[in-house]
Design a protein around this ligand. Sequence first.
Ligand code: SF4
Length: 350
Amino acid sequence: MSDKNKRSNVAVFVPHNGCPHMCSFCNQRSITGQQYQPTPQDVKDAALTALKTMGEFSKDSEIAFFGGSFTAIDRDYMVSLLKAAYEFHDVFKGVRISTRPDCIDEEVLDLLKSYNVTAIELGAQSMDDQVLSANNRGHSAEQVEKASKLIKENGFSLGLQMMTGLYKSTLEKDMETALKIAALQPDTVRIYPTVIMKNTALGDLYLGGEYKPYSFEDTVKLCSDMLKLFMERNIKVIRLGLHYSEELLRDRLAGAYHPAFREICESRCFLENIKAAFDGRENLDIRTLPDGKTFIKRKKVLINVAKGSVSKAVGQSGANKKYIFEKGYIPVFKEDENLKDFDVKIQILE
Ligand code: SF4
């Protein structure tokens, strides 16, 4: 549980001990029974601790039960956690939960509503039935669609989570999944590139040579394209890439992981627009020195980007800046409040 800053959520991890499913990427089975099950008192303590630092900002924050199977856990236990959270219904914006698409129906939605749950995230992972089946998800793409519609019809904020690079998926199938998810018009999306962990079915397939993850570069390109797709449709991508954890670093076998994965994808989006802006504008002002050596007389260029985007536009380790330099320019990055997202406007100074 954490209350990282004044506007962050009160996060309560609810593990699904004894989960009957066997998702290929999940290592919860190997640690079943060893994970701490939070009690109602833990929920209250977390909320009270958060309130001390949040003060009036609590109205912008939610109590978030994450773990992916909230409506699939023991019903009495689930209600006991919701009751504990409900004691704070007048000080927090609402309650957020994450669950499986096959664990949503009218009855549970009514129950969630009565305890001030306002946002529901579904682990869709893929919208391709073959991929879902190959990864033992235990639900279909149709169930994701049905649950999503039901959640929206009942007035909840809808979040959809997807994974890239699952077993039997392809770059094309993943992009198709993103398009199908966008068509469901969720309020938020989380994109998780698959990370292969020890003691999982995927881990065994990987070690046996049956499954090869995408390269880091391919994953960055794919996720950058998805980021643009969702942003163009005004769907907030609230997470891109797995959170850092010691367990992740310790048990990771392969798969795209970087603590700054989102920033890498955003920088890539900028690079594409920078390339387009410099297309056909290479500075060919080559001068010759008295000794016969040549050099490029570089021109200064203003690179205008949206507010707060300069470091992403510069790129990881200055990669985008270097690209512009190689085109014969000295880039000067500048914020322009009229620009948005990954817009790039260049102005060559003579
Ligand atoms: S990821 Fe799959 S196997 Fe793991 S807890 Fe969730 S539903 Fe169960």
